[in-house]
Design a protein around this ligand. Structure first.
Ligand SMILES: Nc1nc2c(ncn2[C@@H]2O[C@H](COP(=O)(O)OP(=O)(O)OP(=O)(O)O)[C@@H](O)[C@H]2O)c(=O)[nH]1
Length: 225
């Protein structure tokens, strides 16, 4: 029987949106606490992670930064697979990026199905140059059925709330599934393939190998020996 303290919860989050909306900057800000004015377009996919505490438990958030340019679509799509949460980003000063939000949602949905998703309006520090009204943005979020966050990566406004919100949602789902597995006594968690996975909504990985006796009792419980 696996004890909870032997498990680590890891959540894969994909960040999508048109080029130049601030995806890489957001991830850098959140994971490294830095911000740069330079724009270096992402080629393909990048990756950073951060540990946070949810309900007294360590949760590893793995952030996948995908290129916004269409030319990289074929590469980035492959990385959506297995994502448990999604951030769709557009920029306050770029109308095209706002118009593209629905397409981004579809692209991710095609690969991952329905996963916890948020809409992020970034560069809110440039609100005076805004190309979209608050009502339009709110309506879009409502129609997509997702929560809206307004952020400024530059001013470090609201960024961590985005990831905390998603991590909390995923954490609830994962816990629920973990409890279901334990109560159903099904052989889903294994030492040899140590992930617990169900419909894209949760991954629990073993952080350290189980002791021999524990492994035996777990395999027994799963009906494998
Ligand atoms: N004013 C302002 N500028 C920002 C903000 N966030 C990012 N930027 C700037 O926007 C530009 C583009 O940011 P990136 O993070 O590279 O954009 P991206 O979405 O990763 O772009 P791709 O890699 O092409 O998909 C950079 O010059 C950033 O400094 C913000 O909150 N406010």
């Amino acid at each position: 029987m696996i004890r909870e303290e032997e498990l680590e919860i890891a959540i894969k989050v994909v960040i999508v949106g048109n080029g130049g909306v601030g995806k890489s900057s957001m991830i850098q800000r959140y994971c490294k606490g830095i911000y740069t004015k330079d724009y270096k377009k992402t080629i393909g996919v990048d990756f950073l992670e951060r540990m946070i505490d949810i309900d007294g438990e360590d949760v590893r958030i793995m952030l996948w930064d995908t290129a916004g340019q269409e030319e990289f679509d074929a590469i980035t799509k492959a990385y959506y697979r297995g994502a448990q949460a999604c951030v769709i980003t557009f920029s306050t000063t770029d109308r095209n990026s706002f118009e593209a939000v629905k397409d981004w949602k579809k692209k991710v949905e095609n690969e991952c199905g329905e996963i916890p998703t948020v809409l992020v309006q970034n560069k809110i520090d440039l609100i005076e140059q805004s190309i979209v009204t608050f009502e339009e943005t709110e309506l879009l979020a409502k129609n997509l059925g997702v929560r809206l966050f307004q952020t400024s990566v530059k001013e470090d406004l609201n960024v961590s709330n985005v990831f905390r919100f998603l991590a909390t949602k995923c954490h609830e789902i994962i816990k629920q599934q973990y409890n279901n597995v334990l109560s159903q006594n099904t052989p889903t968690i294994s030492q040899f393939n140590p992930t617990f996975h169900s419909k894209n909504s949760g991954t629990i990985v073993l952080t350290r190998p189980l002791r021999k006796s524990k492994r035996k009792s777990m395999l027994k419980k799963c009906g494998w020996i």
